[in-house]
Design a protein around this ligand. Sequence first.
Ligand SMILES: C[S@@+](CC[C@H](N)C(=O)[O-])C[C@H]1O[C@@H](n2cnc3c(N)ncnc32)[C@H](O)[C@@H]1O
Length: 355
Amino acid sequence: MKKVFGNIYFATESLNEVPKEVRKLYRQAVSLLPFRFRHNIVKIARDKKSVTLLYYPHLETHAHPYLAESVFIQLVDGIRVKKRIENTNNPVILHRLETFLSTKNPRISYLKQLTKKEEALGMYAKEHLHFIGRRKYWNNLCKKVGLLEAMAPETVTSPTVDPQLHLLTNKENSKLILIKREATAINRKKPSLPTRWAFKKGYIKPVVLDWGCGKGKDVNWLKAKGIKTIGYDPYYKPEPKPSSLDFSQIQTILLNYVLNVIEKPLEREDLLKTIKKLAMPATLVVIAVRSKQEIIHQARSNGWQTYADGFITSKNTFQKGFTLEELKKIGKVLGRLVDAFEFSGGIVGVFSVGR
Ligand SMILES: C[S@@+](CC[C@H](N)C(=O)[O-])C[C@H]1O[C@@H](n2cnc3c(N)ncnc32)[C@H](O)[C@@H]1O
């Protein structure tokens, strides 16, 4: 770890060696990202209000790797994520790499010696200081002083193509993004269609856990029918937490319109894994999501911006529409798909957790 003008820099490999507070800020920043972003150096701003994740493709093989991509994450006053692809012709490069790495890294003594040589050859002299931050100048200097092993790699890496590593558009970049998941919960006059359908088909057996119950209309409707039902919602009904419940009693879990409002694909997957871990093998999980067709139609009519693998609505909520195929894929994480029903605006699937 090193400090430059009060900003903290460290390689991700040294995470266990940085102070707890720094680790916490880094984890908070990563958890806010709506996509996966490969990175190996982290910068924590002096005021602790932002974190930048940086990717140097040759960090493990070269003494002066160049910066290929970075993501800036503002942690306060509205989350803001800004992705930047560096100038590939003359990128920024890293110096004194040993100061960023883990103290256990076997390359440290070699890197220290190399830095000493560079200093002895005057490469950090005042006349060069303004210029050595970029590859062209540094590499010319290496050739001039005859220290070819210190040259920065000249290759070009292509930007990420994995859809999970989605690049933000300029419009998204310039927007303050604070996703309000709780604003997706509506005041229902009657119970939701997926719950009524699942009830009619006999998939709902007590005890029911309505996971992400919003304002609780389905919970109250089921209770009125004499079915013992527990509601949980991180915003509207945070207690009891699912982890504190006795799952041997729970036969049905409802997850209605929750997955489509979660903007982070990894968090969606984690939620399903948690449900699988907690639920009994015979438990049925009823999952409703909004349909892809409906969300695309709404996005076009209302001018929603794309964000991660979905859209940001005018209420600053997130919506992702699913196809039946995508809903079926949930089975790979959760269990066997027993039944499914498509209706105008959405899809509902019934999964058996199994083992
Ligand atoms: C569109 S509402 C649906 C509410 C209710 N199930 C219904 O159909 O009326 C989505 C709900 O998911 C909740 N939610 C968001 N993230 C969640 C998570 N990780 N786990 C459980 N619920 C979540 C929100 O608070 C919100 O109330």
